[in-house]
Design a protein around this ligand. Structure first.
Ligand code: 5GP
Length: 141
């Protein structure tokens, strides 16, 4: 595994150097919309600690991250009227990882709706902004 690169895109988002559609933040984690969602409401949850992938994070920090995922996922599902949610997480380029700061995908699922391909189609900014508004309200409640 390559060393953590502080110039990766999610490190820049964490430092506020590039924008994101943030939906939730706590002392351990940041959650924001995927700009190429596989389904409406596709959210990424990242730890604030530097970690390349699942093998690169202390158990306590991973526990805090997954606690946030466990809290947010059903709220995201319900806020968007989805039927369920899928959790995805890639480790290594060969497994499909493209951004090398650990992240957990929360993907709301609707019965009968196919997933869009992974990281291929940029969503319209107005659609992302509207979804972020809905989720920010739901996740702060
Ligand atoms: P990975 O394959 O590493 O698990 O997925 C990286 C995810 O990050 C992809 O789903 C991709 O759409 C998303 N992504 C890539 N660049 C950006 C970005 O600049 N901002 C946001 N919000 N998501 C991004």
């Amino acid at each position: 595994m390559a060393a953590y690169d502080d110039e990766n895109i999610f490190a820049k988002i964490l430092r506020g150097e590039i924008p994101c559609f943030k939906v939730y933040e706590d002392e351990h984690s940041l959650a924001f919309l995927d700009i190429m969602p596989r389904a409406t409401g596709h959210t990424l949850v990242i730890p604030k600690v530097r970690a390349t992938d699942l093998t690169d994070i202390a158990t306590d920090d991973l526990g805090a991250l997954m606690g946030t995922v466990q809290t947010l996922a059903p709220k995201i599902r319900d806020a968007l009227g989805a039927d369920g949610f899928m959790i995805q997480q890639f480790n290594g380029a060969g497994a499909g990882q493209t951004v090398f700061h650990l992240h957990i995908h929360i993907i709301p699922r609707r019965a009968g709706e196919s997933l869009k391909p992974h990281g291929t189609r940029m969503e319209d900014k107005d659609v992302l902004a509207k979804t972020a508004e809905t989720l920010t309200a739901a996740l702060s409640a």
